[in-house]
Design a binder for this molecule. Sequence first.
Ligand SMILES: *Cc1c(COP(=O)(O)O)cnc(C)c1O
Length: 444
Amino acid sequence: MADSLSHAGTSPSVADLLAARPNLKMDGVSGLLMDGVSLSTIAGKVGTPCWVLSANTLRTRMQRLSAAMQQIGSEVSIHYAVKANDHLAVLSLLRQEGAGADIVSGGELTRALKAGIKASDIVFSGVGKTDAELEAALGAGVGQINVESKEELEILSALARKNGKTATITLRVNPDVDARTHAKITTGLAANKFGIAFEEAQALYAHALTLPGLAPVGFSTHIGSQITSAAPYRAAYARMATLIQSARSAGLDVSVMDCGGGLGISYCTETEGQPEALAGAIKAELGHLNLKLAIEPGRWLAGPAGILLSTVILRKEHASGVPFCIIDAAMNDLARPSMYDAWHGIIPLSAHEAAGPVAPAHVVGPVCESGDTFTRDRDLPSLQRGSRVAILDAGAYGAVMSSTYNTRPLAAEVMIDNGTWHIIRERQETEELWRHEIVPSALT
Ligand SMILES: *Cc1c(COP(=O)(O)O)cnc(C)c1O
């Protein structure tokens, strides 16, 4: 499997990694640059660990995605999946580029509105929305709620009636196709908790049309994440087209199809998911059905826009001959390697180090878990105490998944835009970690 920690012998070289990432360049003097800005300078001024985001990358990827969707010839709205990277600066930038938001919680609703995204451009997804979250969405006038079960349909109908609102909804259908991705990020199989079984969808849609407080407009689907080929999309959309035609034949109005997210990126040697191929799959299967279409991309937009900077605390030699490079970033910062066995490129910031000979090394964080491992047995340029590295493609499901495990404050975040850089989140102060803790008086 491509998304795996251990790639002994097959790792792309520093040169390969750089060649595939237009926002990164190695300068002989300044070292690794992102959009022309020295990452060593940022690491020196802000400290490490530190996330760095390229505004230009977010912008150009959003523009490419929009252009690809225009080829379909029907209206296609893009709802950015906020969970991938929910920073207000990211949401604001993507809003400027025409994106709405796909949210999965009341917190994300508040964030998206705070970033200036109009409620009507927000889609609310998720398998377990609380009553309070649904009422907040109804109150704000969220554009669409993707309902994931019969139970949720009844709850939402009752809440809408109680609040004197009408909820525009789709039914999220589980098309039972295998996205051929990691088990923890596949969502479109019948065995997953997500969505309504394909076989039950039409009857439930007919039922929804009879419920007060609801305005059912169509269907949605989302089959998983890190999908790098068009085939699973085509299979899912072909199933959805059958459902839409069948519902229409039964006299049910269907005007909307929300095609979900999941487009993958190239972390290691995978071929990046192509927006044009996704658009092709949508057009081929759904383009002739006169639908209002939508997509919900997250990772594809944000992943390649971000890196995590870290410093080698020490290099621990080992009897096996393979050293442990212990860095100051850990699983609490970037959880993907420990959580999904994810592979992330690691590049020294120093041009001299990056050009040196490679040898197998383990790169690990300082957290007290064996799972706190970024890579094992990877051929890497020699890293010494004080060496700085960039961990690549960390813009999606990176900072958002951070925890403060081991009382490690959340890392700082920087955004590079137009040749200058800005701190967009201060490094958390240790005192903030216990600000809400209350020690019973008998213990003080
Ligand atoms: C997570 C999610 C997305 C985005 O997935 P990516 O793989 O980041 O594109 C879109 N829609 C729904 C319903 C999701 O849960």
